[in-house]
Design a protein around this ligand. Structure first.
Ligand code: HPA
Length: 265
C-alpha cells in the first residue's frame, strides 16, 4: 500500500478512471498551463497526504483532463526540499502520477544560466544533471530498486521530440547540464564558479530529486528550464524570487508552444 492509494481513489472519484498518458510538473511562474486543461482541478490541500507547497508563484493544484488532445495530469507547482528539508517531498505526487497510468513526465523549472548563448527569456533542455546538494530522495528506501541507473535519465526519445517540437515552432532550444542547489538562498558567485568548473549550464532548486524519483518509479522523464537570470556573478541583474516570477512568463510563452506541439503531436 503506497501513500498515494487513498489519494488515487479521491482523484478517480471526481476525474474518472481513464488513464493519463503524461504528467507535467510546472515550475515558478509557469502555472498558467494548468488552467488550460479541460478537466477536474484539485487543490493540493484537499488531496490526502499531498505535499502542499507555499512558494509564491506556484498555483498549488493538480488538474486532470484533456490538454492538446491527450489526457494529462498537470501539477501546478511542486514541493521543494528547501521547504521542509525532505528530498523526497515529491515522491507521493509522482507515485500518484504513476498510479494514474502515466508513463512519462515532463518537468519544468526556473533556473539561472551559466551560458551567454542561453540568456534570460530563453529555454534550456536538460540533457543531464549534477546533484550538487548531495541529498537523495531515495535515502531510506529499503529495496534494491533504490540503485537507480541514472544513465540517460533524461529520456533521449523525449528530448528528441521536444527538440523537434521547438524546431517546428522556430524556437531555439539548446541543451545543457542542470545542477541542483538546495536553496532557498541563491548561490554565491564562488559556488557558481565551482559549478561552472564542474560542467554546469544552469542551476536551480528542484527537478533533480524528482527525476531520480521518476526513474525509480519507471517513468520516462524530460525537463526544460526557463532561464530567468544569469547565475550569481555572471550577470548584472539583481537575483531575487520576484525577478524569477517576473521573468518566467517570457520563457513560458515559448515553453507553451513547444509543449503544445509535443503533446498535440
Ligand atoms: N539559482 C537557483 N535557482 C534559480 C535561479 C538561480 O539563479 N534562478 C531561478 N531559479
Amino acid at each position: 500500500m503506497s501513500k498515494s492509494d487513498s489519494t488515487l481513489a479521491q482523484v478517480h472519484a471526481r476525474a474518472g478512471e481513464a488513464p493519463v498518458t503524461l504528467g507535467l510538473i510546472l515550475g515558478s511562474g509557469l502555472g498558467h498551463i494548468a488552467d488550460m486543461v479541460e478537466g477536474e482541478a484539485f487543490d493540493y490541500a484537499e488531496l490526502t497526504g499531498f505535499p502542499v507547497s507555499a512558494v509564491s508563484g506556484h498555483s498549488a493544484k493538480l488538474v486532470i483532463g484533456q490538454l492538446w488532445g491527450q489526457r494529462v495530469a498537470v501539477f501546478g507547482g511542486r514541493a521543494h526540499y528547501y521547504e521542509r528539508g525532505r528530498a523526497d517531498a515529491m515522491r507521493m505526487p509522482l507515485e500518484l502520477l504513476k498510479a494514474l497510468g502515466a508513463t512519462r513526465v515532463i518537468l519544468t523549472n526556473a533556473a539561472g544560466s551559466f551560458r551567454p548563448d542561453i540568456p534570460p527569456g530563453d529555454l534550456m533542455l536538460i540533457s543531464d544533471h549534477i546533484n550538487f546538494s548531495g541529498l537523495n530522495p531515495l535515502i531510506g528506501e529499503d529495496t534494491d530498486d533504490r540503485f537507480v541507473n541514472m544513465t540517460n535519465a533524461y529520456d533521449p526519445e523525449m528530448r528528441a521530440g521536444l527538440k523537434a517540437a521547438a524546431k517546428g515552432e522556430n524556437i531555439t532550444l539548446k541543451s545543457g547540464v542542470y545542477s541542483w542547489y538546495s536553496g532557498p538562498s541563491f548561490e554565491t558567485p564562488a559556488e557558481i564558479n565551482a559549478l561552472k568548473i564542474l560542467g554546469t549550464d544552469a542551476v536551480g532548486m528542484s527537478t533533480v530529486p524528482e527525476v531520480i524519483l521518476a526513474r525509480f518509479l519507471g517513468l520516462d522523464a524530460a525537463a526544460i528550464s526557463v532561464i530567468t537570470n544569469m547565475a550569481a556573478g555572471l550577470g548584472t541583474e539583481e537575483i531575487s524570487h520576484s525577478h524569477t516570477k517576473n521573468m518566467a512568463p517570457i520563457g513560458a510563452a515559448k515553453l507553451e508552444k513547444i509543449l503544445r506541439r509535443f503533446i498535440g503531436g
